[in-house]
Design a protein around this ligand. Structure first.
Ligand code: 4NP
Length: 159
């Protein structure tokens, strides 16, 4: 069986998308499903290329038992649109940037991450960069809930 390839994308790849990569990977591993997935994250901007996740993102993830310290930020590449099955944007701005970059015929792969969890009643994972630590807790809450739904959706699909 071929792996399901998922790319999480935000503006800087130092807050939201590294958290999503860490949470989803952790959840898949806990379910014994890690081998079924190739998970990565990327930025629509290139300001933070090569940097580890923001210290506040690392701390909030660590409080929930998830180590994201080894991740490094990278910008999205054109080849990502071929490589990945699902390219999941954290907010609408990320989604429009991705849709502008997507090669013709591959834009169907680009979706809002929270579209997998309509029960949450929100479409976007808000940018916590300019706020306090509670913003990161909120990101973790949204990402955990959406990751659970995404894991169910993609495992059911490939069953
Ligand atoms: P992220 O957060 O998109 O969740 O990684 C941000 C990180 C950096 C900046 C903005 C958002 N910035 O303006 O540098």
């Amino acid at each position: 069986m071929s792996k399901t390839r998922i790319l999480f994308v935000c503006l800087g790849n130092i807050c939201r998308s590294p958290i999503a990569e860490g949470v989803f990977s952790h959840m898949a591993a806990q379910e014994g499903l890690a081998v079924q997935f190739a998970i990565d994250s990327a930025a629509t901007g290139d300001w933070h290329t090569g940097e580890p996740p923001d210290a506040r993102a690392q701390a909030a993830a660590a409080l929930r038992g998830i180590d994201i310290s080894r991740q490094r930020a990278r910008p999205i590449r054109q080849t990502d649109f071929e490589t990945f099955d699902h390219i999941l944007a954290m907010d609408r701005a990320n989604r429009s940037d991705l849709l502008r970059m997507a090669p013709q015929g591959l834009d169907y792969k680009v979706k809002l991450f929270l579209s997998f969890a309509p029960v949450l009643g929100v479409e976007e994972v808000p940018d916590p960069y300019f706020g306090g630590p509670e913003g990161f807790e909120h990101v973790l809450d949204l990402v955990e809930a959406a990751s659970r739904e995404l894991l169910t959706a993609v495992t059911t699909q490939s069953a």
